[in-house]
Write a protein that binds this ligand. Structure first.
Ligand code: NAD
Length: 339
């Protein structure tokens, strides 16, 4: 039924049914690493839920899924409170939404027409986000995003990742540095893992994202050690002294400390350059060797990021430009997808 034809009573009924269904899908996806439906199906329900809430604002409450990030940490893990929350990103799908995003940011900042405003554009890695805390150059703990405020303690598991340094390079790192980024699995490693799972009569993983999440969120770090997980750093949490004042400079600093960063990050001025980089990344997508589900644009100047701040669960200074849903995932259908 089109939303405009719904009575408030029917809207409420559908809204609460959707809320229940989405909460269950979130639990399966974030806590069990075993999605019940494809991302495209999930996103469609989610869009309907958000549209209902927009048309019937009285439905929205503090419990609304639009205000939540991820899911609560699973009971089987110790919890870690994030000093700086790990939030989500707003999504856009169309070119005109990217123009609108840039215009909105410029308006908010009061930028004059001719004043250049720089953005970074980088692949959106389809894995799970993690925060790595270094003190005096040594890795002290690592946590998943969880519900954004509290994540799961996965320190022992993260220590098994070859790409993640136990000690940062050089000596110019800040005393406290939380590096954030995505743990992911390369496609060939995902296929090889599924072959091993099949040979051992174990359940298969649905896609590289879920195999990365399932492999990292293990109680026994030996299992994680046997899984080829990788990492791209693209953000930060608490930092005692900022080594740079731009997004691009911060990521370069993380690279200089020995953390892997994505080579396809580019500085762009204006929506046309951002869209050109989006198309370039989209064209290379099949040959990257790992799954990405879009491109993330971020205001480059960190001072401006701070001025822009956050709305609810996402920054005002960044947005994810998603690839069209039908190509978004290689879901293996008709198999038992579980960990
Ligand atoms: P999101 O994944 O769309 O965007 C936010 C996340 O992007 C960040 O937390 C970060 O982890 C990640 N990211 C990757 N590369 C990044 C980069 N370069 N810079 C910044 N961030 C980067 O939002 P979300 O709220 O975490 O999750 C929603 C997604 O999860 C949707 O795609 C949805 O389809 C999927 N999902 C699927 C199911 C299902 O049942 N299939 C259930 C729940 C969620």
């Amino acid at each position: 039924t089109p939303i405009e034809d719904l009575s408030p009573r029917r809207a409420k009924l559908e809204y609460s049914r959707l809320a229940e269904q989405l909460a269950e899908y979130d639990r399966r996806y974030y806590q069990d690493d075993s999605p019940a439906v494809s991302d495209a199906e999930y996103d469609a329900l989610r869009q309907r839920y958000e549209a209902l809430e927009k048309a019937f604002p009285e439905l929205a409450s503090d419990a609304s899924l639009t205000k939540k990030v991820g899911a609560a940490p699973a009971e089987k893990f110790a919890k870690i409170k994030h000093v700086v929350p790990m939030l989500s990103l707003g999504n856009v799908f169309a070119d005109e939404d990217v123009h609108e995003f840039v215009a909105r940011v410029r308006r908010f900042l009061g930028f004059a027409d001719e004043a250049p405003l720089f953005f970074t554009a980088e692949p959106k890695i389809d894995g799970l986000s993690c925060s790595l805390r270094y003190e005096k150059g040594a890795l002290v703990y690592a946590a998943t995003r969880g519900d954004g405020y509290e994540g799961e303690d996965i320190t022992a598991n993260i220590r098994t990742l070859e790409e993640i340094p136990q000690r940062l390079n050089g000596e110019s790192w800040p005393d406290v540095l939380e590096a954030r980024g995505e743990v992911y699995m390369r496609r060939e490693d995902f296929f090889a893992l599924n072959e091993r799972q099949a040979a051992a009569n174990k359940p298969l993983f649905a896609n590289p994202r879920n195999s990365a999440a399932g492999s990292l969120r293990q109680l026994d770090p030996k299992v994680t050690a046997s899984r080829p997980l990788r990492f791209f750093a693209y953000s930060w949490g608490e930092v005692s002294v900022m080594p740079a004042d731009t997004q691009y400079g911060m990521v370069q600093a993380l690279a200089s400390f020995g953390l892997p960063t994505n080579p396809l990050t580019k500085i762009c001025v204006g929506a046309d350059e951002m869209l050109a980089h989006f198309r370039d990344i989209e064209a290379r997508r099949a040959t990257l060797g790992y799954d990405i589900d879009g491109v993330v644009y971020k205001v480059d100047d960190i001072g401006l990021q701070i001025r822009l701040g956050f709305v609810s669960r996402a920054p005002r200074w960044a947005v994810a430009h998603k690839f069209p849903a039908e190509q978004a995932k290689t879901i293996v259908r008709g198999i038992d997808i579980n960990v």
